[in-house]
Design a protein around this ligand. Structure first.
Ligand code: BTX
Length: 324
């Protein structure tokens, strides 16, 4: 009800919507409307109320609540079911238990702050409050287990396209899971599976995107390697708008992927790839190899040619750019 009310006000932004119109459309009493208006005001919405004219939305806060995100998900089904928390350890943890309880594909978990946000290999992901998008999305693709890495690449393409659509900024993809603007990390993707034998129950896709941080918000450890959309764009953005665009882009690419396969995604990925053709070092638990990044396979595996001309298939690694 609160969500529907906000939709009505947002659709008529700057215009008054009468109490009668609202109560007819939403089938509720004037008292109920007033209660929801008060709640929205408490969450930071500035809503003018004028007798005989009705209500008018003046400004909205930068929130990633279910109500806000639903304003930007269009006709898509991804992001229609939102679990929003002000502060959590990690949205991945919540999404994992929702997935085990049978949550539908496209359900998301969003938090304003994560106190134990995680990256790959147990690394930490800094997720301060009110600054970024910390989101986990539940997917249930009917694909063989070995194709799961393709999803990380699909999500990276979708997130990069969403950034470009909303901000005009170009974010390049560093294999497999980083988005970079001018060589600095603006977003990271963490793909985790719930699987048995070789069948996938669900894929929990974690997306962390730095939106409105200023340089001072980053700790010393990452201040030289991290950036945000606000730093690069020179202005702040509505996080819900970007989250909505990310979900719409993911859903479009994902639907096409399920029908047509990885070929189109591969082309889109290569067009945005940062590391292709460059000399790189792929570092993993089993050691490191230096050479030229030649491309990705149809499975989403990185091909690296070492100095002896031997081609290596890299399934999982961190990519570094050696200085010589
Ligand atoms: P990653 O392992 O590739 O990157 C982690 C590394 O990135 C850290 O070791 C640090 O150097 C750097 N880093 C940490 N925080 C930031 C930041 N805010 N901006 C830029 N660089 C940073 C990348 O893992 C995958 C991250 C996924 C995060 C999402 S947020 C929603 C979901 N919940 C959760 O706990 N994780 C995911």
């Amino acid at each position: 009800m609160k969500e529907a009310l906000l939709h009505m006000l947002a659709e008529n932004e700057g215009e008054f919507v009468s109490g009668q119109q609202i109560s007819e459309n939403l089938n509720c009493s004037r008292t109920a409307i007033w209660k929801h208006i008060s709640e929205l005001r408490k969450s930071g919405y500035s809503i003018e109320a004028v007798q005989k004219r009705g209500y008018r939305l003046l400004t909205s806060p930068d929130l990633v609540t279910a109500e806000e995100v639903s304003l930007y998900t269009g006709n898509g089904t991804f992001g229609k079911k939102v679990t929003y928390k002000t502060s959590v350890k990690s949205t991945q943890e919540i999404a994992h238990s929702l997935a085990r309880e049978g949550a539908l594909e496209g359900s998301i978990v969003l938090a304003d702050e994560q106190t134990g946000g995680r990256g790959r290999l147990g690394r930490a992901w800094q997720s301060p409050s009110g600054t970024g998008i910390w989101m986990s999305l539940i997917l249930r693709p009917e694909i063989p287990l070995q194709k799961a890495p393709q999803l990380t690449l699909l999500i990276a393409v979708a997130a990069s396209r969403a950034i470009e659509k909303v901000t005009g900024l170009e974010a390049a993809i560093k294999w497999p899971n980083d988005l970079l603007i001018k060589g600095k990390k603006v977003a990271g993707i963490l793909t985790e599976l719930q699987a048995e034998a070789d069948s996938i129950h669900s894929v929990i896709v974690g997306i962390g995107m730095n939106v409105n941080q200023e340089k001072k918000h980053f700790t010393e450890e990452i201040s030289e390697i991290a950036t945000s959309l606000a730093i690069e764009g020179g202005k702040t953005y509505k996080r819900a708008e970007i989250a909505g665009a990310v979900l719409q882009e993911i859903e479009n690419l994902y639907r096409s992927y399920l029908v047509k396969g990885f070929a189109v995604i591969k082309l889109l990925w290569e067009a945005r790839a940062y590391s292709l053709g460059k000399r790189i070092t792929a570092r993993s638990v089993t050691g490191s190899i230096t050479g030229y990044a030649k491309g990705i396979t149809d499975e989403g595996v990185l091909l690296l040619e070492d100095d002896n001309g031997e081609i290596h298939s890299i399934y999982s690694a961190d990519i570094e750019f050696p200085s010589h």
